[in-house]
Design a protein around this ligand. Structure first.
Ligand code: AMP
Length: 228
């Protein structure tokens, strides 16, 4: 149970977990088990009142919003898609007090190297776009006045244009190596993405004594101001 004297932080395994560890350390918190070797989903820390829960990246907002965790770290992409799925950000019970600047990447449109994207857009062609990020893609193409048929996928978007499923994809790009390996080229940069700290407003009130110092330590470590 997520008791009032326990602070629970939701993280996803991989880049977000790895890049949050130094921030926790800066706040004097050491996670006592390594998710690579442990199969535990609740990880204790050196602070008896602080624990980490490992959840899927797309589940972080849900855990925080509904009280399974008090705070969490997730990508801006995940937050936008979560808010859209639940009727817009105004309805989401989350505050986003800090841009941690970690797990940086960008959301981009990519097409096969031999597809003339600029020409298709100029001619008003209807594009078939495969993506996991339907809200971001819908908003982007609507703002450009480009007609698209969005095809929702849950994995390996790069495969879609290679198999004729789609003309283009909208996906996260970091080094660009995945695109290159699949002979895709980036034709639009939709937005820069980084991971944010998210907190349930009620937790911010009830557990202010535990959360505020953590926010301050994280803010100092990343050199960014706290916005809540
Ligand atoms: P890259 O080859 O370095 O450009 O990475 C691209 C692949 O990694 C794509 O499959 C992306 O969906 C995924 N990816 C890149 N950056 C992130 C991130 N910050 N969070 C989640 N997935 C990412």
């Amino acid at each position: 149970m997520n008791a009032t004297d326990t602070l629970t932080l939701a993280l996803s395994k991989g880049r977000i977990f790895d890049e949050t560890l130094p921030l926790l350390r800066a706040a004097g918190i050491e996670v006592l088990e390594d998710p690579q070797t442990s199969r535990k989903l609740i990880l204790p820390t050196n602070r008896p009142g602080v624990r980490v829960v490992l959840v899927r990246a797309t589940d972080v907002p849900t855990y925080v919003e509904h009280g399974g965790a008090d705070l969490g770290v997730c990508g801006k992409d995940t937050l936008i898609e979560h808010a859209a799925a639940w009727g817009g950000s105004a309805h989401v019970g989350l505050v986003e007090p800090l841009d941690l600047g970690i797990a940086r990447c960008r959301m981009s449109v990519a097409v096969p190297a031999d597809f003339d994207y600029a020409r298709a857009v100029r001619q008003g062609a209807r594009l078939r776009v495969a993506t996991k990020y339907v809200a971001i893609a819908r908003e982007f193409f609507a703002s450009k006045g480009v007609h698209v048929d969005l095809i929702k996928l849950y994995g390996s978007m790069e495969l879609a244009p290679l198999t004729g499923l789609a003309d283009a994809i909208v996906d996260l790009v970091s080094t660009g190596n995945t695109l290159k390996a699949n002979r895709l080229v980036e034709v639009e940069r939709i937005m820069d993405i980084s991971s944010r700290l998210v907190v349930r407003p009620a937790a911010l009130k009830v557990k202010a004594a535990q959360i505020r110092p953590l926010l301050q330590a994280f803010a100092r470590a990343v050199g960014a101001p706290v916005a809540a």
